[in-house]
Design a protein around this ligand. Structure first.
Ligand code: NDP
Length: 688
């Protein structure tokens, strides 16, 4: 499909159900490394308002008809199929100036993020349309009025306005959480690298896995797109702070209180701990990390290290070590064998980086590299946007302004010396909000002081030392389970962070009512809601089981013999079970008490229905609490109620959560917890 030597293609947008190029020839997009025209881009005359309406009216309802797990399974299938096609994307990746290693972060990283969301959604969330969140809140003494929070999908479109630097990851990490939430997406990639995004979107749509309207693409200017946003839409933006500010205050965004998530210029830092002398492992790790972050993606990463904060006494040693490493890294054609560093995305961006370096030079001197003269390992520095690494040094970083404000979006970093740990923290905070900073130290006190000092100003902090030298994922890699975003200058947004990221595309609603109403609305049984105790619920398959199905057990006395037998048998001879005087001296007990785990074991003995049947396995308990001590002679009873049923999409079983309440002869709650089981969808189960 991708013949990179073919004539430049006219990029198309996919809006309102069809591919269309829009009017005119479009603007040429150059190969970052050779200057050859790759494609033409433009979206003149395309109806952006109609596209948003199509997403809301067609895509949204279709996605919302599916359960969370069904949506996640679609993403899994898409991710696996994209993996099969990834070599095609790598070929186009070179044309953005990125090496194969850079492409790994964008392409494999993007697909991996999609797959991570697909898997976590099925593991962590119910196979449902609505997500109950948090505990049931008791709002009345008699339990007749309760509340629960629920999350439901926004009914608008998630508009993702992305930067040029991660044409694949930048799109996939944003559409994955939105689609799992049940919200259709319209992606507007950064124009300069939109040809790669277009190829991936084309591949996704060709799979015909997503319902109509779930994914749209706008290749070209955003035009009047934001004039058409409505209250249920959400906008995410990655790019420059200037554009972000303009969009965040767009009248339609303000008027409709549209959720706006922004990730912009961030002056990330790396700090070398005062303990990390030139011979330490941490020193070597630090130098490697700084040099990698300067050269990966030619420094065009939102997380790249811009400020290199080092003890004043180690400044010269760090500069020497960095010079040696950077001296081995020359930019060149990204597809050349062994290419270590590719090109900036365009000649225009190179001009912009040079201008930013000039601004930095007002406060800092260049100690390595030359913004004017470019030496290349391969390629033509006139035609390709090559620029070698540039290291600056600022002698008075506490007084300086530009080094904490100017994001030279290329292979550029500035050394900032500090006198003491407090000074290092202050320098990091002068970035006024960053996506990530890292600290290299083997001293746990330094790690704590610096991390806690930086945390309010950072979305992520990485502490590197010899213990994680081989396993660390590195300063610059945002990871799907961790949040990505930062306060202040970094935009004030937050993305990913595991399933937290999905909630950004959902509305949280507090629902109040009787337990019966809350159970019906959330699909989860709540104490006080109707229940029935006919057939033992362990005899019911998922086809027959309903929330509220219950078993009320006989009573069982707990004797001294039981407790002593359990103590001997398990080896748990803790004094509170064995020694009356010692137990009485304990402020919580009047005498010897039964083991908590004996209570849980007796409870299982009381509620279980032992013959083979649809309950296949017990895989744990949640929220186990022992509330009232059990003394010799007390009697226990169990009420076990089916609380939540979660059928697996692609299996013959599902998970059932049971509310387990253990009470004593006085009706006091002795223990409370959720029992987690696997239950067959039908019984007997179909033969393999
Ligand atoms: P921009 O802010 O110019 O563009 C980001 C996105 O916004 C692109 O998709 C762009 O589209 C779009 N856009 C631009 N103007 C508008 C508008 N008026 N309405 C709607 N959408 C708009 O950033 P660039 O990607 O061009 O990068 C410029 C600089 O931003 C970099 O040099 C770097 O300093 C910084 N940057 C910071 C990042 C970070 O996360 N820290 C990431 C990337 C860039 P189009 O491409 O069509 O103009």
């Amino acid at each position: 499909m991708f013949d990179v030597s073919a004539a430049p293609r006219r990029l198309e947008s996919y809006l309102s159900g069809r591919w269309s190029a829009g009017d005119g020839e479009g603007k040429p997009l150059a190969d970052a490394a050779t200057g050859e025209t790759v494609a033409y881009i433009g979206a003149e005359g395309l109806d952006r308002g109609a596209a948003l309406q199509w997403g809301r009216e067609v895509g949204g309802p279709a996605l919302r008809r599916l359960t969370i797990h069904e949506r996640a399974l679609m993403l899994k299938e898409i991710g696996l199929k994209l993996m099969e096609r990834k070599e095609d994307f790598y070929q186009e990746n070179f044309r953005t100036g990125a090496t194969r290693r850079d492409g790994f972060v964008d392409i494999d990283g993007g697909i991996g993020t999609l797959l991570t969301f697909a898997s976590r959604a099925r593991r962590e969330w119910p196979n449902a349309h609505v997500l109950p969140e948090g505990p049931v809140e008791m709002l009345s003494k008699d339990g007749s009025f309760v509340a629960r929070h629920i999350l439901s999908p926004l009914e608008g479109v998630a508009i993702h306005i992305n930067a040029f630097n991660f044409p694949v990851w930048g799109m996939l990490e944003k559409i994955a959480p939105a689609l799992i939430a049940g919200v259709p997406c319209l992606v507007k990639p950064g124009s300069q690298t939109a040809f790669l995004t277009e190829s991936v979107v084309r591949a996704i749509l060709d799979m015909e896995i997503l319902p109509d309207g779930a994914l749209q693409l706008l290749c070209g200017s955003a035009g009047d797109l934001l004039d058409h946003v409505m209250p249920q839409d959400a906008v995410t933006f990655t790019g420059s702070a200037g554009t972000g500010r303009k969009l965040r205050t767009h009248p339609a965004i303000v008027e409709n209180s549209v959720r706006f998530t922004m990730e912009a210029d961030s002056l990330n830092a790396a700090i070398l701990g005062p303990d990390a002398g030139p011979d330490s492992e941490e020193f070597a790790l630090f130098v490697r990390e700084v040099s990698n972050e300067m050269t990966a993606k030619a420094g065009q990463k939102c997380t790249a290290i811009r400020r290199v904060i080092v003890p004043a006494a180690l400044e010269d040693a760090v500069i020497d070590a960095l010079k040696e490493r950077l001296g081995k890294t020359q930019p060149g054609l990204p597809d050349a064998d062994g290419a270590r560093m590719g090109a900036l995305v365009s000649l225009g961006e190179r001009d912009a980086v040079r201008a930013q370096v000039e601004r930095l030079r007002a406060e800092a001197e260049i100690v390595f590299g030359d913004p004017g003269e470019v030496r290349v390992a391969s390629g033509d520095p006139q035609k390709g946007a090559f620029l070698g690494p540039i290291l600056l040094r600022c002698a008075s970083p506490m007084e300086a302004v530009a080094v904490h404000e100017v994001e030279a979006f290329g292979p550029v970093a500035t050394i900032l010396p500090y006198e003491d740990v407090e000074g290092a923290i202050q320098l990091a905070r002068k970035g006024r909000g960053s996506l990530v900073s890292s600290l290299f130290t083997n001293d746990a006190d330094v790690a704590r002081d610096v991390t806690l000092g930086m945390a309010p100003w950072h979305g992520r902090v990485l502490v590197g030392n010899r213990g994680s030298a081989k396993t660390s994922t590195g300063h610059g890699s945002p990871l799907a389970p961790l949040i990505h975003g930062g306060p202040g200058r970094a935009g004030g947004g937050e993305e990913m962070g595991g399933m937290r990221g999905v909630k950004h595309f959902m509305q949280r609603t507090a629902v109040q009512g009787t337990p019966e109403m809350i159970a019906a609305i959330t699909g989860e049984w709540v104490s006080g809601a109707p229940s029935r105790a006919d057939v033992h619920p362990f005899r019911k398959s998922l086809a027959e089981l309903e929330i509220g199905d219950q078993v009320l057990t006989d009573a069982r006395e707990v004797t001294q013999g039981d407790v002593e037998h359990f103590a001997e048998f398990t080896g748990d001879t803790f004094y509170a079970h064995m020694d009356s005087d010692a137990a009485k001296a304990n402020p919580f007990f009047d005498d010897r008490v039964a083991h908590g785990y004996l209570i849980a074991s007796f409870a299982a003995g009381l509620f279980v229905s032992p013959e083979p049947g649809p309950v296949l396995a017990n895989y744990g308990v949640d929220n186990l609490r022992f509330m009232t001590p059990v003394y010799f002679g007390d009697t226990l009873r169990v009420r076990l109620t089916c609380k939540a049923i979660n059928p697996r999409e692609n299996a013959e079983h599902g998970e059932v959560r049971w509310d387990c309440l253990v009470t004593n002869q006085d009706g006091e709650t002795v223990a409370e917890y959720d029992v987690l089981t696997m239950v067959a969808k039908t019984w007997p189960m179909p033969e393999e």
